[in-house]
Design a protein around this ligand. Sequence first.
Ligand SMILES: NC(=O)c1ccc[n+]([C@@H]2O[C@H](COP(=O)([O-])OP(=O)(O)OC[C@H]3O[C@@H](n4cnc5c(N)ncnc54)[C@H](OP(=O)(O)O)[C@@H]3O)[C@@H](O)[C@H]2O)c1
Length: 350
Amino acid sequence: MGQCCSSGSGGGESGAAEGANKAETPAPQSSDPAQQTEETPATENEQPKESEQSGGAKPVVFVLGASGSIGVATVQSLSSKFAEKVEIRAGVRNPDKADKLKEISGVTIVQASMADKDGLVTTLAGVSSLYIVVPGSENRAELAGLAVDAAKEAGVKHIVSVSVSGADLKDTIFGGQFNEIESKVSGIGIPFTLVRLPYFMDNYLGFASTVKENGQFYAPLSGDKAFTPVTTSDAGVAAATILVDPSKHEGKTYNIVSCRNTMDDIASTLSTLLEKEITFVKVEPSDAKQTFLGFGMPEWQVDGVLELFKLMEEGSPKTNQEDLGDYKNITGEDPTSLKDFLTNFKAAFE
Ligand SMILES: NC(=O)c1ccc[n+]([C@@H]2O[C@H](COP(=O)([O-])OP(=O)(O)OC[C@H]3O[C@@H](n4cnc5c(N)ncnc54)[C@H](OP(=O)(O)O)[C@@H]3O)[C@@H](O)[C@H]2O)c1
């Protein structure tokens, strides 16, 4: 079925927004840029000086995996809200490709790969709070584990790690991976905070092409099933707030969600905004699988995304959170509503 799924319907785990149909290929260690370059940062940035490491004016916050959607949103929030309080470092594998980060003021971009533990030990020296933005690769538990070990050796004072809402569900693909990551982070002996994230609302932007084409969008889910997603922007604000004052959040596991909605809610909100009828169409998981594979997503990830939609279909409390309060409790602000999110991105659907 050619019209099976909008690209965004596949972004439950792998990539938000227009990146929803982007494949995240696991990077073998030997092909990682970090393995091929010297440990010296590749941009204007320099390794932290000894004086900065031991007693600089501001605590150093380091976002590792900073070039992706969650990393950029977190660095943006650190820069706009907390630049007076902390020194901001953004760790990326290839600083030449970190264009979005270069546009954010007051940020030092540092070459850093989770696959290069020894390099990370050096790079993380002097860091107060580290945010591990776990990548979407199949070996992510291994990569996150190396980053945690490096943080310990480097003397990092607090680790914040990305996790997923279903991390307790060890028998699912994503749950199994993040269960291992959560255990590693919580067991290393450094104060920590776990930030569990659900389906990204930014994935809805992947619906834009068929909404524009024929006024429809597709996913393997009943239109009336409620779920609780998060905007990457809200996820960034929450993480930034935790990173600048981590002791308040020590040992906590948060579920950061923005709102509760259904696919039919998205359709009706878009219909109002665009002043024409937009319809959501449920597709079979088997058809969705073929479509997602056609987008180039690796099969393990497609299967993980389909498990996520199954949880949504079943109304699991992992995908339809009862308590939406963590974001406001952490930030003191209201999270983004569906209407506000779609209004902000209205142009993408026109
Ligand atoms: N999409 C969803 O709905 C959803 C929902 C919940 C959770 N999640 C998960 O949340 C996490 C963050 O999402 P995201 O959208 O920000 O992911 P993303 O865009 O794929 O970004 C991941 C980051 O990891 C970096 N990375 C990859 N391998 C690395 C390595 N070896 N060392 C250092 N950095 C490395 C990438 O940087 P470079 O490639 O530039 O080096 C990128 O900046 C992912 O695990 C994702 O699967 C997604």
